[in-house]
Design a protein. Structure first.
Length: 147
């Protein structure tokens, strides 16, 4: 499943970069996050999050690795998450650029693959749930940065 989106954030690009590349800060906005641990600063972290697809709730243990940190314009990451009988892989990129009047334009893309039990049980809902979760995440990010 391919996802992408755009946001305009009322903050300087350096401030947006600092928030989005700091797992401690960005973790405040991850829906269902139970815990987050930095394994290697600026390289890898692990997150445990519960995601609900209708009546099905699954807790994923996810290892996230930065694949690119090109401050302050581009960051890439890959993630591999596991849950009982299921797995998810994500490859994501974010691109920041100066917007009008000191704002920052954010464009992001994500390629998500889910396999196993959760994929078969929640196939019909996966796209809509994922869109709701990403929308909530980016609204929260924008709110935290702009405060």
């Amino acid at each position: 499943m391919k996802l992408e989106g755009d946001s305009n954030i009322t903050a300087p690009q350096a401030q947006v970069w600092d928030f989005l590349t700091d797992p401690d800060q960005v973790s405040q906005c991850v829906p269902g996050l139970k815990s987050m641990e930095i394994i290697a600063p600026q390289e890898q972290f692990q997150a445990i999050a519960a995601i609900g697809f209708g009546t099905v709730q699954v807790t994923f243990i996810t290892d996230v690795t930065w694949t690119a940190l090109e401050e302050p314009d581009h960051a890439g990451m890959k993630a591999h998450g596991t849950a009982p009988g299921s797995a998810a892989d994500v490859v994501a990129d974010m691109y920041l650029s100066p917007g009008a009047d000191g704002t920052t334009d954010l464009h992001w893309t994500a390629d998500v693959t889910v396999v196993g039990t959760i994929a078969s049980l929640a196939a019909r809902m996966m796209s809509s749930v994922t869109k709701v979760l990403t929308s909530a995440f980016f609204k929260c990010v924008q709110k935290h940065i702009e405060e």
